[in-house]
Design a protein around this ligand. Structure first.
Ligand code: PRP
Ligand code: URA
Length: 216
């Protein structure tokens, strides 16, 4: 795909990120390792995506003198993971911005139609004043992320950034066409979707792998 035509799509290029995503894909990666990798990948992606956050000058007293220095207002930042898999990215993001707020959006894909179904929504007070970072490791058809953005906009949110780990070209195209105003940070851009709308080569079902729901 010609990703350059979508100016809001940013594929992050970093050897450590590539390495960790390759480990994530490996079917022999165990649940605890998988969960740890998702968290580490979130830290690497967050570091890149938070480049655009504004800073305010705050008075700091050093042992030498009083000075005005730049700081990020973490309480103006809100992470919104899409349940379940987005939860795996939240701790990594909070390591970077510990006083950020957290909202939750529960969505699952209907197995036959692949359409997203919303089942839960709990967003922090004054969400409309915050920069929302929407988190979901997988951008497949794009349906879940697009619905999540529409939901956030209905709640008055004006500034949204979407961060995913693996994206399919079909999902990037759908998302960028529907939400050209929302930056989307991508860890790896994969080849295509299969007939079940799974990403190829992908990593399988991310929620199941984070929470170990399909292993004994
Ligand atoms: C996965 C994933 C995304 C969605 C992506 O969740 O975490 O939310 O699929 O697919 P889409 O781009 O085609 O909408 P899933 O529906 O499997 O729910 P789960 O995390 O609860 O397992
Ligand atoms: N959701 C997943 O967890 N994996 C995919 O490949 C597609 C959607």
């Amino acid at each position: 795909m010609d990703i350059k035509k979508y100016t809001n799509a940013i594929v992050i290029d970093h050897p450590l990120l590539k390495h960790k995503i390759s480990m994530l894909r490996d079917e022999t990666t165990k649940t605890n390792e998988f969960r740890q990798l998702v968290k580490e990948i979130a830290v690497l992606e967050g570091y890149e995506a938070f480049k655009t956050l504004p800073t305010q000058l705050v008075e700091i007293k050093t042992p030498i003198e009083t000075t005005m220095q730049p700081m990020v207002s973490g309480n103006k930042v809100c992470f919104v993971p899409i349940l379940r898999a987005g939860l795996g990215m939240t701790d990594g993001m909070l390591e970077l911005i510990p006083n950020a707020r957290v909202g939750h959006l529960g969505m699952y894909r209907n197995e036959e139609t692949h359409q997203p179904v919303e089942y839960y929504c709990k967003l922090p007070k004054n969400i409309e004043e915050k920069h929302v970072f929407l988190l979901d490791p997988m951008l497949a058809t794009g349906g879940s992320a697009i619905d999540a953005v529409e939901n956030l906009k209905k709640h008055g949110v004006k500034k949204i950034t979407f961060i995913c780990i693996i994206a399919a070209p079909e999902g990037v195209a759908a998302f960028c066409e529907k939400c050209p105003d929302i930056p989307v940070y991508i860890g790896a851009l994969d080849r295509q979707l299969n007939e079940n709308a799974y990403i190829c080569p992908g990593l399988g079902d991310c929620g199941d792998r984070i929470f170990g729901t399909m292993v004994d």
